[in-house]
Design a protein around this ligand. Structure first.
Ligand code: ADP
Ligand code: MG
Length: 257
C-alpha cells in the first residue's frame, strides 16, 4: 500500500521542506517513508538533509536521455529514503517535468508513504505536478489570514484534480498571533484535520544550519514534539486500489495551468 502526500502551501518560506522532513521522520516510526524534493525549481531539501554533495539527484532522473536509475538518486538518511533535487538552473531548464510521473511510480512501488515537497507556485507544469500526482495534500500555513487565502487557492487547485486535503499544519506560530481565531477560520474552509501547531523555533533554524532535519537535530524541542503529534494525527491510507505504478503513470498532466 502507498499513499502519496504533497506538502504544499501558497507561499515560499512557510516551512514546507522543514515539515516534509519532520513529518517524514515522525511517520517513519511506523511506516516505510520516502521523501522527494519535488520543488525542482527552488530545491532546498538537500541542504536540510545534509545531501548538498549528492552525486545523483532528481534532476538527473528528469532529463531526457539521462541514464541514471531512480535508485541512484535515493539516499538512506534519518530512517527514511530521501530523494534530493539539485539546485542548478540549467538542470531545471533541461528537466522534463512529466518524467516525475514515472519516477514517483517507481518509488511508490517500494514504500508506504511518499511525501512530495512541493513548489509554492501554481504557475507551471513543474509547479503543479506534485499536487496533481498526490493522493492528498498537507497544507502548511503561517497563521495569518492572507496565508490562509493563499493556502485555499492550493486546496482549490488540488481538489480540481481530485487531490483532497489531508490536513493543515500551522508553522512558525508565535504566542502573540491569535492562532485560535485563525485556526477557527481555517477549520471552516480547509478539508482534513488540523494536524498541528508548530511554534516558531530556534531549533528549526539551527537544524537547517546544521544540515539536519529538525527531529534529528533537536528531537526534544517543542517543535519536534508538535511534528510527531501531527504525524500521529495523519491517518495514512492506501491511496487507491489497483496497480500502484499505473496510478501515477496514468495521471493526467494539465496542458495549461
Ligand atoms: P519552504 O520549504 O516552505 O520554503 P523551509 O522549510 O525551507 O520553507 O523554511 C524556511 C526557513 O524557515 C528555513 O530557514 C527554516 O529553517 C525556517 N523555519 C521553518 N520552520 C520554522 C519554525 N517552526 N521556526 C523557526 N524557523 C523555521
Ligand atoms: Mg522548500
Amino acid at each position: 500500500m502507498v499513499e502519496a502526500f504533497a506538502v504544499a502551501s501558497g507561499k515560499g518560506g512557510t516551512g514546507k521542506t522543514t515539515s516534509t522532513l519532520a513529518l517524514g521522520m515522525a511517520l517513519a516510526e511506523k511506516h516505510d517513508v520516502t521523501v522527494v524534493d519535488a520543488d525542482t525549481g527552488m530545491a532546498n531539501l538537500l541542504f536540510h538533509a545534509g545531501l548538498d554533495d549528492a552525486a545523483v539527484t532528481l534532476h538527473d532522473l528528469l532529463v531526457e536521455g539521462a541514464d541514471a536509475a531512480v535508485s541512484d538518486a535515493v539516499y538512506d538518511r534519518f530512517g527514511m529514503k530521501v530523494v534530493p533535487c539539485g539546485t542548478s538552473l540549467a538542470a531545471f531548464r533541461a528537466a522534463d517535468p512529466e518524467r516525475l510521473r514515472d519516477v514517483v511510480a517507481e518509488l511508490a512501488a517500494d514504500t508506504d508513504v511518499l511525501l512530495l515537497d512541493s513548489p509554492a507556485a501554481l504557475g507551471s507544469k513543474s509547479a503543479v505536478l506534485p499536487i496533481v500526482l498526490a493522493d492528498r495534500t498537507v497544507i502548511v500555513l503561517q497563521p495569518t489570514i492572507p496565508a490562509l487565502s493563499d493556502g485555499l487557492k492550493v486546496q482549490e487547485y488540488a481538489r480540481s484534480y481530485g487531490t483532497e486535503t489531508a490536513g493543515t499544519l500551522f508553522n512558525r506560530v508565535r504566542d502573540d498571533e491569535g492562532i485560535d481565531r485563525v485556526a477557527e477560520q481555517a477549520d471552516r474552509y480547509f478539508g482534513g484535520e488540523k494536524l498541528g501547531v508548530i511554534p516558531e523555533s530556534d531549533a528549526a533554524r539551527a537544524a537547517r544550519g546544521a544540515g539536519e532535519p529538525l527531529l534529528a537535530h533537536a528531537p526534544d524541542a517543542p517543535a519536534s514534539e508538535a511534528f510527531r503529534e501531527a504525524g500521529r494525527r495523519l491517518d495514512v491510507r492506501d491511496g487507491a486500489s489497483g496497480d500502484v505504478a499505473d496510478r501515477f503513470r496514468s495521471a493526467v498532466v494539465p496542458d495549461e495551468v
